[in-house]
Design a binder for this molecule. Structure first.
Ligand SMILES: NC(=O)c1ccc[n+]([C@@H]2O[C@H](COP(=O)([O-])OP(=O)(O)OC[C@H]3O[C@@H](n4cnc5c(N)ncnc54)[C@H](OP(=O)(O)O)[C@@H]3O)[C@@H](O)[C@H]2O)c1
Length: 300
């Protein structure tokens, strides 16, 4: 599988495996290691986490599996996120959910992630969400410290808009390397808010979370969803492709901004659908058939 260069010394796989739902998969350490090895053998070497996934448990679950085969660490790229403070039994004194991008919190969150994963470096740290209370100087100081210590190699963001991205970029050492946002026919927000144009302008390769709309495409709940599924079925028929998830991935992969889908399935057969999508040659007309079904209107 191709790699995508996010910056001079960071390459990720063309598809990323997301571990948001990892705790639900209920795999033993051995089963998770086996599953991870299968994913790697398919060419997916980049794994997406966040401190908060699985009520703060997913990093540790993955770390336990990695411990069974320590040499795997050098073959993979670990992404994790920080900044969201959840109400959780892990933090009984916390009364509300809020965001914290202070120097101390970022550093302590990363130290904790390193411990959870059983590793001494994170390839890519993402700030999970933009925040109304945000001090970019603190973020820059935390990243400079973590980078100097070799604990975080690269910094990016998630769910930022153009202004937020540009603002932070003026503070941090080097450049932010990506923005992980929701993109699928079910979420066209970033085609409409300027982000996609900005990615192209700056040669930023975005990551797409919930590329299958979190599974909604398999059980659409409204008229828009049904319209999208009908368009996907039509395109699948035209291309002689046997499932709509392949068409969903192919729609993302075709875009010139080099969108990197973050696959969320816990089943190897379903991850293979993403791999198969790499060989689909969707026409521009088919791409727009899906886009137009999503907006519900013809282009002007
Ligand atoms: N940055 C952010 O704010 C943010 C937010 C959300 C997610 N993320 C990242 O993005 C990753 C992907 O998100 P996601 O999990 O929502 O992605 P997704 O790939 O859109 O959805 C995955 C869900 O779809 C189900 N699914 C897949 N194929 C299916 C099929 N053929 N039939 C029925 N159900 C099917 C999966 O169930 P099975 O496991 O049973 O296949 C799983 O529940 C996450 O793991 C996380 O790393 C980031």
């Amino acid at each position: 599988m191709d790699k995508i260069k996010l910056t001079d010394n960071l390459e990720v796989s063309r598809l990323v495996h997301g571990h948001w739902r990892l705790a639900d998969w209920k795999l033993s350490n051995k089963e998770l290691l086996k599953f991870t090895q299968q994913v790697i053998d398919l060419g997916i070497t980049t794994f997406d986490h966040a401190d908060i996934y699985g009520d703060y448990s997913c990093e540790r679950i993955f770390g336990e599996a990695l411990k069974l085969k320590k040499e795997l660490r050098k073959d993979i790229q670990l992404i994790t996120k920080c900044g969201i403070k959840l109400i959780s039994n892990q933090f009984p004194t916390r009364k509300i959910k809020y965001y914290d991008y202070s120097y101390n919190y970022i550093v302590s969150s990363v130290e904790n992630s390193l411990k959870n994963f059983g590793t001494d470096y994170i390839d890519l740290l993402l700030l999970h969400r933009p925040a109304p209370y945000f001090n970019p100087e603190e973020v820059a100081k935390a990243f400079a410290h973590l980078k100097k210590e070799g604990k975080v190699l690269h910094l990016g963001v998630s769910n930022f808009n153009v202004q937020q991205y540009e603002m932070l970029n003026t503070y941090v050492e080097g450049k932010l390397v990506t923005n992980q946002v929701e993109i699928s026919p079910f979420c066209l927000e970033h085609f409409e808010n300027g982000n996609m144009d900005y990615f192209l302008k700056e040669r930023i390769k975005p990551m797409a979370w919930s590329p299958l709309a979190g599974g909604e495409v398999f059980k659409p709940t409204d008229v828009k969803g049904i319209r999208i599924v009908n368009a996907l079925l039509e395109v699948a028929f035209e291309l002689n492709v046997d499932s709509i998830d392949k068409i969903m991935y192919s729609w993302l992969l075709k875009h010139p901004s080099k969108i990197i889908p973050v696959i969320g399935s816990g089943k190897i057969e379903r991850i293979k659908q993403g791999i198969a999508a790499l060989d689909i040659d969707m026409s521009l007309e088919q791409w727009y058939k899906i886009y137009n079904a999503a907006t519900g209107v013809e282009l002007p």
